[in-house]
Design a protein around this ligand. Structure first.
Ligand SMILES: Nc1ncnc2c1ncn2[C@@H]1O[C@H](COP(=O)(O)OP(=O)(O)OP(=O)(O)O)[C@@H](O)[C@H]1O
Ligand SMILES: [Mg+2]
Length: 484
């Protein structure tokens, strides 16, 4: 059998004036490789290039042998692909096995728009696995899945024998199933032959070393600049001395001692000028070395949260049936409540019902649904562009603190899912919300943003209603749990 692999050769890609991949080369072989990078770095774009949906602006992307099947499981769960329908109605052994394993009933497909994102994700995954491709591209497959769903996913990935590329911000998942990591950063890629955590340690160590070199180079630059300044001063004073000497010489013409001094002064001046040139050259070299050293600018460290107390004591008071179960929910203005439960248990339905009973005006709520549609994200962008200048500035500051370049966001036509969620969070925080209703807020977010969000939520003085499958986050930022 011919060997199976994927090769990118000097590959570049740009959306209009926004370059995303710049002359990258890599080689992927069978097994799982994690594709990691910040939100908006271009991970989905790279997968779409591999699928042939987008064409490189330069270079090549090849899958060998020719004709090998490439399939992907999309990041978004809005659309129902033909693949999913074909998989639902297939009755071969593999299809039946996958239906059973992922708890999928073909009849439920008819109500696709009302299926929960977790249920839609299972359908997408099933369809991708059922097609038994040689190359499988998974874009955030773990989003929306509950603990059991994640376990099934891990099992299925471990059985796959082709070339697999998986985008995920879930460290545990990456460490368990991948053997290599392709890191996408600032338009370039680098392939590490290690799973995520080990690879990350290596690149952090490299960055720390690079930071140390940068500090050292800066120290040298300062020293050299001081030396340059000193030799300039010496040069200037010897020039002054010589011209004063020349004026004197007119009066004592023919004085041999004075002529000797003149020659010595000229020699000294030449030497000073040479030193000044040499030091200047060194300063230039050090400056150039500094500009080549890449040290990450950790965009904004903390999320700014100013808070004015909400005038009402109880922000939500709800009692009623949620999917045929009686639920009572009360949320006081400074309380943080975690709503937990497996996929399909009605967490999102409960949030919706709670919001309908919310006593806080809409402009003081931060509502982050489990999945933002493309239209919703574009509407948020319009809201941002239309904000008064100072408010827009505040929101953009928060966007930056979450790791998105404000300029990119203002210019993009289609924000990536991670960018869109960060924008929604920033819009709410920038308006000093009294209540935050967050449904799986970490979905699509990159790791630094998850960490920043976690510490911001822990300190958030307002009311919080949080739905998350991430037990670590849930217990870290809430004080009470409602298990459905
Ligand atoms: N059609 C488009 N025109 C212009 N810019 C676009 C377009 N589609 C995407 N972008 C921008 O390209 C960048 C990369 O998008 P992409 O979806 O590949 O990011 P990503 O790494 O997958 O992000 P995430 O982690 O949020 O999924 C983003 O900044 C996005 O705003
Ligand atoms: Mg993406």
């Amino acid at each position: 059998m011919p060997s199976l692999d994927v090769r990118a050769q000097r590959l570049s890609f740009a959306f209009a004036d926004r370059p995303l991949l710049d002359d990258v080369t890599f080689h992927l072989t069978p097994g799982w490789t994690g594709l990691v990078g910040a939100n908006g770095a271009g991970k989905t774009t790279l997968l779409r290039l591999l699928l042939g949906e987008l064409k490189p602006t330069a270079g090549h992307l090849r899958v060998e042998p020719e004709g090998a099947r490439v399939r992907w499981c999309a990041q978004r769960v809005e659309a129902q692909d033909d693949d999913v329908s074909a998989f639902a109605w297939a009755s071969d052994r593999l299809a039946r096995r996958l239906h059973g394993r992922l708890h999928l009933q073909p009849g439920t497909l008819e109500r696709w728009p009302t299926l929960s994102p977790g249920e839609r994700k299972r359908w997408q995954l099933g369809a991708a696995l059922w097609s038994e491709p040689e190359v499988l591209l998974l874009d955030e497959p773990g989003n929306h899945l509950d603990v059991e769903g994640l376990q099934i996913l891990r099992g299925a990935l471990c059985e796959f024998a082709g070339v697999g590329l998986i985008v995920s911000h879930d460290r545990a998942l990456l460490d368990e199933v991948t053997r290599a990591t392709l890191r996408l950063d600032g338009g370039s890629t680098r392939l590490w032959q290690h799973p995520f955590s080990a690879a990350r340690e290596l690149w952090l160590a490299e960055e720390a070393a690079s930071l140390e070199t940068q500090r050292e180079t800066r120290r040298r630059l300062q020293q050299d600049e001081r030396r340059l300044e000193a030799s300039r001063r010496t040069l200037a004073s010897s020039e002054r001395a010589r011209s004063a000497g020349a004026r004197m010489k007119n009066r004592h013409d023919g004085d041999a001692r004075s002529m000797g001094e003149d020659v010595r002064a000229q020699n000294a001046e030449r030497a000073h000028a040479a030193t000044a040139r040499r030091v200047k050259r060194q300063v230039g070299e050090v400056r150039e070395a500094l500009s080549k050293l890449q040290v990450r600018d950790e965009a904004g460290q903390a999320l700014f949260l100013r808070y004015e107390a909400c005038p009402v004591q109880t922000v939500v008071q709800f009692q009623g049936a949620v999917l045929e179960r009686e639920v009572a929910l009360q949320l006081r203005r400074e309380e943080h409540l975690w709503i937990s439960g497996p996929n399909g248990r009605g967490k999102t339905t409960l949030l919706r019902a709670a919001l309908a009973q919310c006593r806080v005006p809409e402009e003081r709520r931060l509502v982050l649904p489990q999945e933002l549609t493309q239209q919703e994200s574009e509407a948020d962008l319009d809201t941002l562009r239309g904000l008064p200048q100072d408010e827009r500035g505040r929101v953009l500051q928060l966007v930056h603190a979450l790791g998105v370049e404000p300029e990119h966001l203002l210019r993009t036509e289609a924000p990536s899912p991670g960018e869109a969620r960060k924008l929604r969070l920033a819009l709410g925080l920038g308006r000093h919300c009294w209540v935050a209703v967050l449904d799986e807020p970490t979905n699509h977010l990159d790791l630094p943003a998850i960490e920043r969000l976690e510490s911001a939520l822990r300190e958030f003085p307002g009311a919080l209603l949080l739905v998350t499958h991430d037990a670590r986050l849930g217990s870290a930022v809430t004080t009470r749990q409602l298990a459905l």
